[in-house]
Design a protein. Structure first.
Ligand SMILES: [Zn+2]
Length: 287
């Protein structure tokens, strides 16, 4: 073959190869990950951080079990690392045996994790789950109800205090059951709810478990349970460990002085995370 033609072909092939890789890397990760409807078939592993990560070998949480119902199945966000699925199943059974009611579960992660196009900043590596404060009704919710059921807010209309007719010792114990589980690293609740837990725990002289309960905007219908990186996930990034304090002092007061503690900043869409911003292993999951 003519040498010039050969060089031209090689340049053309190299150019096409890099061009397609650059195009893939600059795509919005949420758009790519949200279109994938199935889990990857590799071994379970969480990659990266809670807000910049992905999940291989995800397990799904069935919509119904005797002890829980998982809301809004059409969102396809009922996937997680096996540790997350196990903790939901274990805890809902524990709650049922102790209190006679099941749990209402919200979003976990998408089938292969990754950034979501709306609703959450984290929930990306299969280790986050939202749990509603409201108890599961004592019947199995039908498909339509799973999509439309609206759990109640635990806060008053002006968002400054707890609704005492809804909040009970049950909620205190529910959060404590999750927090006492060593797989759980943090639980996010509204600052007004944290304040209420502080008052109750200090009265009972047992506030040390509150170190895992972190104040955050929003989180008045549900609380957010976060697991630490599993042993099988070497490329998973933990957050720094929580400090050894109940967090009922100055930090909480700062939160309570904020104007809109009922807003969560998670609703600001993180659509602009690019595939190239995620750990390399995440790119392998979408090939
Ligand atoms: Zn959440």
């Amino acid at each position: 073959m003519n040498k010039k033609i050969l060089i031209f072909i090689i340049f053309f092939l190299l150019f096409s190869f890099f061009k397609s890789h650059i195009a893939i890397a600059s795509e919005y990760a949420s758009e790519v990950f949200s279109k994938i409807r199935t889990e990857s078939l590799d071994a379970p592993e969480s990659f990266g951080s809670y807000s910049k990560g992905c999940l291989s070998g995800g397990r799904y949480l069935p919509s119904h079990k005797f002890h829980y119902d998982a809301l809004k199945p059409s969102r396809n966000r009922f996937w997680g690392h096996p540790n997350l699925i196990n903790i939901i199943e274990d805890t809902s059974q524990k709650v049922y045996s102790a209190y006679g009611n099941g749990l209402l579960i919200g979003d976990l992660a998408m089938p292969r994790g990754g950034p979501m196009p709306y609703g959450h900043k984290s929930h990306q590596n299969g280790l986050d789950v939202d749990v509603y404060y409201q108890k599961k009704p004592n019947y199995e919710l039908q498909r339509f109800e799973l999509e439309t059921y609206q759990p109640k807010s635990m806060l008053s209309k002006d968002q400054t205090s707890i609704q005492n007719n809804l909040w009970s010792e049950y909620h205190y114990q529910l959060l404590k059951i999750f927090a006492d589980d060593e797989r759980v690293t943090r639980i996010f609740v509204n600052p007004v709810i944290k304040k209420n837990l502080c008052t109750q725990a200090i009265e009972k002289n047992e506030s040390s478990w509150l170190k895992k309960i972190r104040p955050w905007g929003g989180h008045y219908k549900h609380f957010h349970v976060r697991l630490e990186c599993p042993e099988d996930s070497k490329a998973c990034k933990n957050q720094p460990p929580v400090q050894n304090s109940d967090g009922c002092g100055a930090e909480l007061d700062t939160w309570l002085k904020k104007e809109k503690i009922y807003e969560s900043n998670s609703t600001k869409i993180k659509k602009w995370i690019l595939l190239s911003d995620l750990p390399k292993s995440c790119n392998r999951l979408i090939e």
